[in-house]
Design a protein around this ligand. Structure first.
Ligand SMILES: *Cc1c(COP(=O)(O)O)cnc(C)c1O
Length: 418
């Protein structure tokens, strides 16, 4: 990696040689204190693509003009709307188009996947997960375990970092899998941990799980659109993610689901069914007896939420244009530069995100006056994110953040003195 310099000129040079810098112009930036904010919370809610309004208006107009006939005669016939997103969503997670479907919201999809892939027996019923997982995932898993008649304290195995450490070592994850190989039904991890920013070695975890006959799923809420994913090749059983974080598809936006091709036509998996997942050629025969559509589409319940999906579609187009390869390449340099300016600030800050296992987010452990530092950032036009008890999360997003943004963060950090 090139040597970094803490100067505005240097940051501008990096921006000038950034071949995807033009994407910044394709987003609306919020204002803070009357000025365009330095936005570092794309890990929480991505910015609005300028094309989103047009995409949404197209569907509103078709609804005005066609009413129910919009299902067939709209510009993008609603009848097939989920299909318009499959290829782009598949590109994000490294999947085949029929392994991916966009539907519902994230936690709903997590439950649907647990119904299909957490099928405990009296002897093999445990779930291995990281300790401190996002609360919704904890609650989903806890309630599923209870639903099957097991006790969460017994059935859920949470892996904690070693004493004095903040992230998990892959060797420790593998040791726990090994220890519980015969009694575990499912390994359920996040792809990128929301609090620490650690990117787990999903391929290794999937391989270890499968070697012991365990199903392996991932919550990619903080991974989709952030790091390179190869879900098909990694042989992951299933994954879920949301559209509104790195994928910029609006608050409460639709979620994506990956189900490996090996289950595309598997009638033995239990599933909760709905009419939109029924074999498409016969969906409108309205007959008794559910026959699933081939692939991930067979897990759909309801007809597509077109308004929300239209925004998601517009947002995904930008990822197709930029490409995950270019995005992750820029991301590595941009995030390393953020680490550099944080270290140059000489504040008492500890980055707990492992440098060799991360996407663009840095989680910064602050000392006792962390909240005051956070307020200082906010008062100076930075939108970052505070997590109790003492972590500031910053995510320079390669699609719309610049090296100049990052340089300014360093400048504002250096101006902080009590
Ligand atoms: C953001 C996030 C969620 C949010 O779930 P919703 O159903 O979209 O509200 C769940 N899990 C993880 C890991 C997240 O990061």
């Amino acid at each position: 990696m090139i040597p970094f310099f803490n100067t505005l000129d240097f940051a501008k040079t990096l921006d000038a040689s950034d071949d995807i810098s033009q994407f910044r112009q394709k987003f609306h930036f919020p204002k803070l204190n009357g000025e365009q904010a330095i936005y570092l919370t794309g890990n929480s809610l991505g910015l609005q693509p300028i094309t989103a309004t047009m995409a949404l208006n197209q569907e509103m107009t078709d609804w005005q003009n066609f009413g129910v006939e919009g299902h067939f005669h709209g510009k993008n016939p609603w009848m097939h709307y989920h299909k318009f997103l499959a290829q782009s969503a598949a590109n994000i997670v490294g999947a085949l188009p029929h392994e991916v479907v966009v539907m519902n919201n994230l936690t709903v999809n997590l439950h649907l996947m647990l119904v299909s892939f957490y099928t405990p027996t009296p002897t093999r019923y445990k779930i291995i997960m990281e300790a401190g997982a996002f609360p919704s995932d904890q609650y989903a898993i806890e309630s599923q375990v209870k639903f099957h008649g097991f006790l969460p304290n017994d059935a859920i195995i949470e892996i904690e970092p070693r004493e004095g450490e903040y992230h998990l070592r892959t060797e420790d994850i593998l040791a726990v899998i090994d220890e519980h190989a015969n009694e575990t039904a499912l390994i359920m991890f996040s792809g990128v941990q929301y609090y620490t920013g650690q990117a787990f070695d999903m391929e290794t975890i999937a391989r270890a799980g499968h070697a012991s006959g365990i199903k392996v799923g991932f919550d990619l809420a903080h991974a989709a659109g952030n790091i390179r994913l190869q879900l098909h090749d990694w042989n992951v059983d299933f994954a879920v993610w949301c559209g509104y974080k790195y994928l910029n598809s609006g608050p409460g936006g639709v979620s994506g689901v990956f189900i490996h091709e090996k289950y595309a036509n598997d009638p033995t998996l239990p599933r909760f069914a709905g009419w939109w997942g029924h074999k498409e050629s016969e969906r409108f025969q309205m007959k008794k007896g559910f026959i699933p559509e081939y692939g991930a589409a067979g897990w759909q319940l309801s007809n597509a939420p077109v308004l929300s999906m239209s925004v998601h579609n517009a947002a995904l187009k930008l990822f197709d244009e930029a490409g995950m390869e270019a995005l992750t390449k820029k991301s590595k340099t941009l995030t390393a530069y953020l680490q550099f300016v944080i270290e140059e600030s000489k504040l008492n800050l500890n980055i707990i995100t492992p440098a060799e296992q991360r996407g663009c987010q840095l989680s910064i452990l602050t000392n006792s006056d962390g909240k005051a530092l956070f307020m200082h950032l906010q008062n100076n036009g930075i939108i970052a994110d505070w997590r109790e008890p003492n972590v500031i999360r910053m995510a320079p997003v390669p699609l719309y953040n610049s090296f100049e943004d990052v340089f300014k963060v360093g400048e504002i950090l250096r101006s902080y003195r009590l």
